[in-house]
Design a protein around this ligand. Sequence first.
Ligand SMILES: NC(=O)c1ccc[n+]([C@@H]2O[C@H](COP(=O)([O-])OP(=O)(O)OC[C@H]3O[C@@H](n4cnc5c(N)ncnc54)[C@H](O)[C@@H]3O)[C@@H](O)[C@H]2O)c1
Length: 319
Amino acid sequence: MTVLVTGGAGYIGSHVARLLIERGSKVVVADDLSTGLEARVTAVEHVQLDLASADAVQQLRSIIKTHSIESVIHLAARKKVGESVALPEWYYQQNIGGLANLLEAMKAEGVDRLVFSSSAATYGMPDVAACREDMICQPINPYGETKLVGEWLARAAARAWGLRVVNLRYFNVAGAGWPDLADTAVANLIPIAFAALKAGKAPVVFGSDYPTADGSCVRDYVHVHDLADAHLSALDYLERDDRKFDTFNVGTGAGSSVFEVLAEIKRVTGIAFEEVVEPRRAGDPPSLCADVSRINEELGWHAKQGLAEIVESAWSAIN
Ligand SMILES: NC(=O)c1ccc[n+]([C@@H]2O[C@H](COP(=O)([O-])OP(=O)(O)OC[C@H]3O[C@@H](n4cnc5c(N)ncnc54)[C@H](O)[C@@H]3O)[C@@H](O)[C@H]2O)c1
């Protein structure tokens, strides 16, 4: 089976590509290398392509034909929340325009299997202990909106021409499956804390007065290797004709607070720092955790690694 992995030069996509190859699949990566790294795809067939560009449909059709692509894992997207607030048109053009081009090419070439990278950002500010996939989604920024609209677009294609789709709503992805595929963007708590420590500074906690057990925000951290493995389970699920659902949370089902993550970082790094507490940031939900019963039962997928493995692998990848 040959799988097209869009965004395969990115942090998560490169893990997905490597796991697929380990499983014996052939992989072709399409990526514009805007945030992705060429070093992550040196051993993989890859094409540099902006999926949202004017000639993307033609280029994608050519890739599908040349490589006899049978299924697509679509990770290519812009993902910076603040940037999406400042540049909403561009976010819709990139994330929705790119997906629309991809679907048009898939339809034209008769490729009907898609795994789509969605996000817990579709839930917005949920007032529940664990988000269920059947909850009403109320994203609070254009980034989260593009993920929800992407799910709708894929579902509409399923109704219109029989696309088989699985939307995976990732929670907080962290860790490294292989040291050379580490997350190099300093955008999430763990890489931000490591960058602060390497600069000799103390990590910052935004808000310690949330209605959580220790007052800091709680998130569901999922190891990137486990997440990549969920894509393989999703591809297998697409082969079944009795699929009950098209959308699945990917998390551990257990939350960790910012203070708990920082305590783990102290243990793993051996650096005894005193975190700095600052006021809350706008738009941070107090708690965002996954109900994972659907993916556990339907896809047979379970996260195998926890916070310790996440922090250990992320730290050893950059040292
Ligand atoms: N990292 C997380 O915690 C997280 C959480 C939820 C969802 N996601 C989603 O997972 C996917 C992968 O995220 P990541 O963390 O690996 O980010 P990343 O920035 O490392 O990867 C995204 C990849 O897509 C490529 N890309 C972006 N726009 C493109 C375009 N128009 N055409 C072609 N290539 C393009 C980039 O060059 C990059 O290689 C994204 O869709 C993101 O929204 C990530």
